[in-house]
Design a protein around this ligand. Sequence first.
Ligand code: HPA
Length: 273
Amino acid sequence: MEYSMIKEASQYIEEKLKNKPVIGLVLGSGLGVLADEIQNPVVIPYNEIPHFPESTVSGHKGQLVVGELEGKQVLAMQGRFHFYEGYTMQQVTFPIRVMKELGITSLIVTNAAGGINESFNPGDLMIITDQINNMGTSPLIGPNDEQMGARFPDMSSAFDKAYIENALMAANDLGLQVQKGVYVGNTGPAYETPAEIRMLRTWGGDAVGMSTVPEVMVANHANMRVLGISCISNMAAGILDQPLTHDEVIDTTNKVKQDFLQFVKKIVQTLSF
Ligand code: HPA
């Protein structure tokens, strides 16, 4: 992705804003409602922004919502781009580059994920402590622009340790029981087989989904501090004796909406950057 494209997109967005956003939010499947909480929002549909792809999956709106949340200026993506939609890894992660160009150095990524850890329950919120890239590729493949980040970026604290503590404290303040764990990113779009889930469990995965991993890699490459939250929308394949459906994913995220909203708002309130 060329720098000029990132610049054009960020300039287009900047011209519409009165205030500089400091926190980026990526809202996953069924979690876009958080954007409705943003005060004095400037809404920018993705299809208006130069070089932005358009999002296609149901449950995703496809717009930026920029404004104030808990007294902080935030830029939220209501809907993200998935690799399984056919976008390149560069397209999937383009908005993260644009966020960085806008001056955002703190990123909160959210997603719906299947629970691999058998002590989890659908509806649980999980703070992501680490991730496994099982997508078979990387958004960082190709020539490296040193202005954007290192050729061989460190991923040993891909999720900011202080932000994890911050999120745990926020949960505690709210009396919310949350889980911690490792997120595995698969390409999708098929859900996993039970055998795959058993494999991912031996790898140390606690939750599995079809997003987040590329965005987090690019955010780390760009030296951004990242916090990740998964909404466990279902138990992964083979754990319960029932098929997996996208409707279940959306139903569960709708049920935990209030907890999710309270949690992220509390985090935003207390986040340092
Ligand atoms: N697997 C992969 N992605 C998902 C799942 C799942 O079980 N649930 C929500 N996204």
